[in-house]
Unconditional design. Structure first.
Length: 367
């Protein structure tokens, strides 16, 4: 068997009791299943929520804090407790785990992105099981992933995983809420996430930050990265091994065969735009055909932004079309927008570029 990389994400509700305290029975089973697959030759990576929940349990809190500083303080207490438990349990099965805490900012800057990837590859090469979580004790809204479903898809992309498994308190995607409707039907395979499937998403649970909507967003990232993903029940015994073996568990999202290359995945999934370019219908059509964005197609912009910044490209109705790295600052865009390429060198002597965004630095957004 060729070595395969498997990312498993577990939510707060799957490893905690309703009162927020850690569920040691569930944690022990999770670790045992991951360790068993590691023994079988797979390279396992765990994305674990639960720091704030564990902190709430240790501090005797019944309600999740609302104030950012209080959430960060509770996460700081809980993260240490969570890793202490994981380290002890993995050690019992003869494995070493390593704590990896990330913020979105760590993956937005290309050099830091590559450093994170190299670290995870080095750990996996030494059969160390990374336990990844968002760095909730320091992350603020501007640098947060928002939820660990998204983080797990980004991590799966980062390490080139062969499968992403999201363990949840629900065993897949249903055509309606199974907690409310007895005739709800689970979708076994999803090839494309349609608007109809997005409407099936429910709201987040009481303890976690994610819901089905965040899992579907994670599935879009995974599919765009060429990685199959499974949503399954975290309380089902042996579900990780069965999912890896290809048995029909939960809801499986098939991988997109036309996956983006590494650089375009970074542009699409890891970076946040600093500005916005509004383009006309002709430019929108040209972009869809794989062409660069030229000044003549730019109608207006939202700034400020600098040359080299990532910007969002939208049509005149505000629909997002693409993301890309601008060759011009917003001030320069103001001078060349709507102008033919032949006029650019005259308006901006020595600029060296006639494209506002070169196609190599642009990715279409259809996820």
């Amino acid at each position: 068997m060729a070595t395969k990389r498997i990312v498993v994400k577990v939510g707060t509700s799957s490893i905690s009791h309703p009162n927020g305290r850690l569920h040691f029975g569930q944690l022990e089973r999770l670790v045992r299943d991951i360790a068993d697959l590691e023994n079988a030759g797979y390279r396992m990576l765990l994305v674990s929520s639960g720091a704030i929940g564990a902190g709430m349990g240790r501090l005797g809190l019944q309600v999740r804090p609302e104030i950012m500083a209080e959430k960060q303080a509770v996460a700081a207490v809980g993260q240490g407790l969570l890793m202490q438990v994981y380290s002890r349990l993995f050690a019992e099965y003869g494995h070493i785990c390593a704590q990896v805490l990330l913020t979105a900012e760590d993956l937005e800057e290309r050099k830091r992105f590559l450093n994170c990837r190299n670290t995870l590859h080095a750990l996996l090469a030494r059969s160390v099981i990374p336990v990844v979580n968002e760095n909730d004790s320091v992350a603020v809204d501007e640098i947060k992933f928002g939820d660990n479903d998204t983080l797990s898809a980004l991590v799966a992309n980062l390490v080139g995983a062969d499968l992403l498994i999201l363990l949840s308190d629900i065993d897949g995607v249903y055509d309606k809420d199974p907690r409310l409707y007895q005739d709800a039907r689970r979708l076994e395979v999803v090839d494309s996430i349609t608007p109809e499937i997005m409407k099936m998403a429910g709201r987040a649970g009481a303890q976690g930050t994610g819901g089905m909507a965040t899992k579907l967003h994670a599935a879009r990232i995974a599919q765009g990265s060429g990685i199959p993903m499974i949503i399954a029940s975290g309380s089902e015994k042996g579900v990780i091994g069965r999912a890896v073996a290809g048995e029909p568990v939960g809801t499986r999202f098939t991988a997109d065969r036309a996956a983006l290359n590494s650089r375009k995945r970074w542009l699409a999934f890891y970076t946040h735009p600093q500005g916005k370019l509004v383009v006309d219908a002709g430019a929108a059509t040209a972009l869809d055909r794989g062409n660069s964005l030229l000044p003549i197609g730019v109608v207006s912009f939202v700034g400020p932004f600098h040359a080299g910044d990532l910007v969002q490209v939208v049509d005149v109705n505000g629909r997002e079309l693409a993301k890309g790295i601008s060759n011009y600052s917003s001030e320069e865009v103001e001078r060349v927008k709507g102008k033919p390429s032949s006029a650019v060198q005259r308006i901006l002597p020595g600029s060296g570029n006639c494209e506002v965004i070169h196609r190599d630095n642009l990715v279409m957004v259809d996820f």
